[in-house]
Design a protein around this ligand. Structure first.
Ligand code: C5P
Length: 233
């Protein structure tokens, strides 16, 4: 896999101007970009067209979770934007996942389709609140297996989960991992972090990195440093 596609910079901004200002400092040779709910809701597809015009590949992180026919239509609409990757919640169940895959497969340029298992903001107590009594790691594995069985391309998870996940999946299954920090970074609200090097060694396919790059004094230099670190792994 080309190193350029391993780093995904999270464009966690509220408006187009701020997003454009960061993007102007980045190069598509070094990273892909992630657009989430806040920015996409504020800007709509115009932003995606802009990023494509600058030759960036886009992960549209909208985490669809709804009845199968609605998710299918949402995935069709997302696929028509020509994005590189989209995602859905695995907890929507097999029929929903298969509907999403069907939509993606019909696209002219099918994006990669990945699943969210258990959000990293959830812990054992939160699972119990929604009636899941199984151990959190078992629940992550169960949902990841459901995504694999439904022929999705991979999952989003913490790089730390790869210790118990990686061996259960074939090497082509993608593990997209947020919560990445360089040793000198503040952890912010991420609890279980890993460095880019450690995450790649553990079997991550792609690293989602937000604040260490977006809040850096020199985003371009920080990205380059991460790129070099990854190429040692
Ligand atoms: O700034 P930071 O590097 O923590 O950003 C991480 C990005 O990854 C954010 O866009 C966040 O929403 C996303 N994310 C996450 N944990 C997940 C899934 C996505 O931090 N489980």
């Amino acid at each position: 896999m080309a190193a350029a596609h391993k780093v995904i910079v999270a464009l966690d901004y509220a408006n187009l101007a701020d997003a454009k200002s960061l993007v102007s400092q980045l190069k598509p040779e070094y990273c892909n970009l992630k657009v989430g709910k806040e920015l996409f809701t504020a800007t709509g597809p115009a932003l995606i067209d802009y990023l494509h015009s600058k030759n960036f590949k886009v992960f549209l992180d909208l985490k669809f979770h709804d009845i199968p026919s609605t998710v299918k239509k949402a995935c069709e609409a997302a696929s028509q934007l020509g994005v590189w990757m989209i995602n859905v919640h695995a907890s929507g169940g097999a029929i929903m996942l298969e509907a999403a895959l069907e939509a993606v497969s019909k696209a002219k340029q099918p994006p990669l389709l990945i699943a969210v298992t258990v959000l990293t903001s959830m812990d054992q107590k939160t699972l119990e609140e929604i009636g899941v009594t199984r151990n959190l790691e078992d629940q992550v594995l169960r949902l990841a297996k459901l995504a694999e069985k439904s022929r999705l391309n991979g999952i989003v998870c913490s790089a730390r989960d790869l210790v118990f996940l990686r061996n259960h999946f074939n090497p082509s299954f993608l593990f997209v991992t947020p919560g990445i920090r360089m040793t000198e970074d503040a952890t912010n609200d991420q609890i279980r972090t890993m460095t880019p090097f450690e995450a790649m060694k553990s079997g991550s396919s792609h690293l989602v990195i937000g604040r260490p790059i977006t809040q850096s004094k020199d985003p371009s230099k920080t990205l380059e440093k991460i790129f070099l670190e990854i190429n040692q792994s």
